[in-house]
Each structure stands twice: as C-alpha cells, then as structure tokens.
Design a protein around this ligand. Sequence first.
Ligand SMILES: [Zn+2]
Length: 82
Amino acid sequence: MAYRPKGPPLSKAEMRAHAEKAIAAATKPITKLPTKLVRQCGRCGESSAVMVEPGDPTPPFQCKHCDGPTRRTRKAPESPQD
Ligand SMILES: [Zn+2]
C-alpha cells in the first residue's frame, strides 16, 4: 500500500466559503437590464411587447398586426396537412 500524504482537509466552514464565493461570482448583480414594455393596441386590442434598453427612449408603439410587416401568406400553424 502506497502512503498518500493528505493535505489538510477543508473544514465545513471553508467549503461553504468556497461555495459562497462561487455563487457570488455567478450571480453578481446586474444593474442594467432591458425593460420589457407591454402595451396594448388601441385598434385591434393585441398587446405588443418591446424590450427597452436602459437609457433608451421608449419607442413608439407598434402593433404587429396593424403596423408591423403583415401578410405572411404561407402560414398554417394549426393545420397539420402538408
Ligand atoms: Zn393593432
């Protein structure tokens, strides 16, 4: 049997300190987050969500139904026919 020298074992407190350090590094506070802005269209009632970057002005409302690029001709998500 080979003799394996062991280093000093980590105490529970030390292991926890390591874990907490790792968690703190992984979940460092993020101060600037884009804001999700949900508004409802006054014409069709569809709500539209936009992401507003911090510091950016609120973009004008755009309804994906009334203002957005429309008419997707080939779209049939509910019919399984091919
Ligand atoms: Zn609309």
